[in-house]
Design a protein around this ligand. Structure first.
Ligand code: PGA
Length: 248
């Protein structure tokens, strides 16, 4: 069975005081035992938040570079992330693809680098609006997975995490319908089954991301192939984020 996950991607928001307040409120709330909570704060907040953590959540890095150390001004290594309490990384978020030119080849390198360094990751995929309107979203997302992720062996991908985030739904208030989300998630599960096995496919958590909020989380999480959410805007509000966690 795939693990249930609710992850908060804070992006480039908040300052330290606000981050402390938010985490305090997340820590205060009882969480369903079978839901894993992951937070992706801005990198400077990882260490102070790790110090506060009582084991209620995992800390992740929104970004990392594919080298171990050296002259790469502005970049962060996986060893550095681990040394401040990070245990998981985001790979392939549409904002990194769009604003930082991270293409499928580079994302494959990130996947391999995370594996080599034994860092868990969430691999994000999803189609832009133009592709959705042309009806080619399945082909588009399949290509993202084929070019960056599906070179992994069954053992490497077993228990992994994929987030489907349609670009047109990110930060727009326009959520995918449960039918649209389930259709894509079922397709991803099928591709995993075809490439690996049903057993492997069932072990991979498939998260939905894109304007997920307390009003729609319950019905999205109730979909057969949706194992949780990657939450942006609503993860910055403790009441909303806690309510999404409770939506399971
Ligand atoms: P959103 O962002 O929830 O604000 O749409 C999701 C994401 O970018 O991961």
């Amino acid at each position: 069975m795939a693990q249930k996950i609710v992850a908060g991607n804070w992006k480039m928001n908040l300052e330290l005081e606000g981050a402390f307040e938010l985490v305090d409120k997340i820590l205060d709330e009882d969480k369903p035992e079978d839901v894993r909570v992951v937070l992706f704060p801005p990198a400077p907040f990882m260490y102070p938040l790790a110090m506060l953590n009582d084991g209620s959540f995992d800390l992740g890095a929104q970004n990392f570079y594919v080298k171990n150390s050296g002259a790469f001004t502005g970049e962060i290594s996986l060893a550095q992330i681990k040394s401040v309490g990070g245990s998981i990384g985001l790979i392939g978020h549409s904002e990194r693809r769009a604003y930082f030119a991270e293409n499928n080849n580079f994302l494959k390198e990130k996947v391999d680098h995370a594996l080599a360094n034994k860092l868990e990751f969430i691999f994000c995929c999803g189609e832009p609006l133009m592709i959705r309107e042309s009806g080619k979203e399945l082909e588009f997302v399949k290509m993202q997975l084929l070019e960056s992720l599906f070179h992994l062996t069954a053992d490497q991908i077993r228990g992994g995490i994929i987030a489907y985030e349609p670009v047109w739904a990110i930060g727009t208030g326009k959520t995918a319908t449960t039918e649209q989300a389930e259709h894509m998630h079922a397709a991803i599960r099928l591709w995993l089954t075809e490439k690996y096995s049903k057993d492997v496919a069932d072990s991979v958590s498939l998260l939905y991301g894109g304007s997920c909020n307390p009003g729609n989380a319950k019905e999205l999480f109730a979909c057969q192939n949706v194992d949780g959410g990657l939450i942006g805007g609503a993860s910055l509000n403790a009441v909303d984020f806690n309510a999404i966690i409770q939506s399971y």
